[in-house]
Ligand binder design. Structure first.
Ligand code: B12
Ligand code: SF4
Length: 467
């Protein structure tokens, strides 16, 4: 079972031929923080009698000479070319290849000829048929999940197979789906109804950590749900069940779910980091992106609820949404400081196939030449923004990434965390340092790309030529 990730060493990574020694910067090629959940989950759906290994490519590259009968590849869009390359290499050796995940679900045709089976949609309902076909030696090409999977009867994840090199190897998924439909989100392309796992199963699975894990590895959990707090009653019950387990965890939830009460329950249950998709501080951009549940005037107050209970806030900001003006882009780092985000992350919006965002860009003729695949790194611009030129947007991204991680701003964020204690402050410093390096590496890649490419031909913004 291979969770495909960026290649670490390619000659023409992102069309950049000048990268030294053809190396993808280490900050982009490796990520040892938290183990994704997909691989251990898919492995748990396979017959127990099979001898399975899991390869997380965010830690190590696949050994393509490994002795296997079948490989299962899971890929998002930014590593789809690598998945296709792996598929072809294994098939050439006579190994059967199954590919699945978000990108194959959106564009199965992309993998034709590089996989024996392409799974569209969720694995749970497809897996029994697929494994029976595999064992009978007949593969059927396309396997489509006809209905959303039930989460009431999922097996215990195969944590025994996870790479122990992760700082937090225990990743889990409690719910699936999200009630919202933001125009750039893959969930608006692959509709996934909101579902929850029985809480008894959550407790069972999280207690099932293999012997030999260190104390911190047993204690820390990453919940990878899209929006763990969406169902308020369920989330309350989940927090109650987690409290006696005495674990420390991080999770993602939407801003509207953060109240004084939810922050208190989360903190009591061991939550230490929350990832909130704020996406923008521009009310216009949020409205246009159909992210109406984010109200900019509530940001500060809702983040404060978390801070009061010792929970740090991490958030992604998409630069270049349709309401973003040059003035707004210049002020983003200051605005973020004002609302109190502890770890800001920046990205250009990714026009994922099948989303309303991409459809709108295509209809307006604003998709730029260039491929979203092939290693998209959050700094790769593939559309023409509305109010700024493409170059201005690319430079704004690099500016925000570097400015937000200046020594002074990091120091202020760490000092603010001191009110929760020395340990949280040290932790915030370490996480800021990691993200600072990561964001600077991305910014540098973006800047190099601009230098190599020069101006986008004919794309200067009409109001801002010569600016
Ligand atoms: C972990 C995670 C990451 C990790 C790593 C992911 C990885 N694959 O290694 C990190 C943090 C690095 C990451 C980064 C990004 N992510 Co992310 N991430 C997630 C997250 C939170 C959890 C993934 C997970 O474990 N899901 C649970 C499993 C069970 O679901 P699943 O993977 O979809 O698998 C199911 C099916 O797809 C299928 N399946 C999957 N693989 C396979 C394989 C086989 C063989 C089969 C049969 C079936 C199958 O069966 C599974 C069970 O039903 C999801 C949100 C979510 N809850 O899904 C976002 C999510 C996938 N990320 C998303 C985004 C937008 C990003 C970023 C682009 C954000 C950004 N702008 O920077 C970046 C991209 C990184 C880059 N370009 O460098 C989007 C969609 C991405 C997309 N393009 O389709 C998601 C859905 C979040 C969201 N709602 O917007 N992400
Ligand atoms: S709130 Fe988050 S997960 Fe839900 S649709 Fe919007 S971006 Fe996607």
């Amino acid at each position: 079972m291979i969770l495909v990730w960026r290649p670490k060493n390619v000659p023409d990574w992102q069309g950049s031929t000048a990268l030294q020694a053809s190396q993808v910067p280490p900050a982009l090629a490796h990520d040892r923080t938290a183990a994704p959940y997909t691989a251990v989950h898919i492995a748990s759906l396979l017959p127990r009698s099979w001898d399975i290994s899991v390869v997380h490519e965010c830690i190590r590259e696949t050994d393509v000479s490994m002795n296997v009968d079948v490989v299962f590849l899971s890929t998002m869009d930014f590593c789809a070319p690598r998945a296709r390359q792996l598929g072809r290499t294994f098939r050439a050796r006579g190994v059967k290849v199954v590919v699945g995940g978000l990108y194959p679900s959106l564009n199965p045709a992309y993998f034709e000829g590089s996989a024996d089976a392409i799974v569209v949609g969720e694995a749970e309902t497809v897996m029994p048929r697929l494994t029976a076909d595999l064992m009978a030696g007949r593969m059927n090409g396309l396997y489509r999940a006809e209905a959303p999977a039930g989460l009431n009867d999922l097996p215990v994840p195969r944590y025994d197979l996870v790479e122990r090199d992760f700082a937090v190897p225990l990743g889990y998924e409690v719910t699936r789906g999200c009630p919202f439909s933001c125009s750039f989100c893959v969930l608006s392309a692959v509709p996934t109804p909101v579902r929850q796992r029985p809480i008894a199963h959550v407790v069972r699975d999280l207690a099932n950590v293999p012997a030999g894990w260190s104390w911190t590895q047993r204690k820390m959990i990453t919940f990878w749900d899209n929006n763990i707090g969406a169902n308020r009653a369920y989330f309350r019950a989940l927090c109650e069940a987690l409290t006696p387990m005495k674990r420390y965890w991080s999770a993602q939830t939407s801003l509207d779910t953060l109240t004084e009460e939810s922050a208190r329950l989360m903190a009591r249950a061991g939550c230490r980091y929350v990832y909130v998709g704020l996406e923008s501080l521009s009310a216009d951009s949020l409205r246009i992106a159909n992210k109406r549940h984010n109200r900019v005037h509530e940001y500060r107050r809702r983040i404060d609820y978390l801070h009061q209970h010792g929970i740090a806030v991490m958030s992604i900001f998409l630069l270049g949404l349709d309401g973003d003006t040059p003035e707004y882009l210049r002020t983003v780092p200051d605005l973020i400081d004002e609302i109190g985000v502890d770890i800001p992350v920046f990205s250009l919006p990714v026009p994922i196939e099948g989303t309303p965002f991409r459809a709108q860009l295509a209809a307006e003729g604003r998709l730029l030449p260039g491929d979203l695949l092939d290693g998209s790194d959050s700094a790769q611009l593939v559309f023409r923004p509305r109010h700024v030129s493409p170059e201005e947007l690319e430079l704004s991204l690099a500016y925000c990434m570097r400015r937000s991680y200046s020594a002074w701003r990091i120091a202020r964020r760490v000092a603010r965390r001191l009110r929760n204690g020395v340990l949280p402050a040290v932790n915030t410093f370490l996480v800021n340092r990691w993200y600072g390096r990561y964001q600077r590496a991305v910014a540098l890649t973006g800047i190099r790309r601009i230098h190599e490419r020069g101006s986008w031909p004919g794309t200067a913004h009409p109001d801002r030529t010569g600016g």
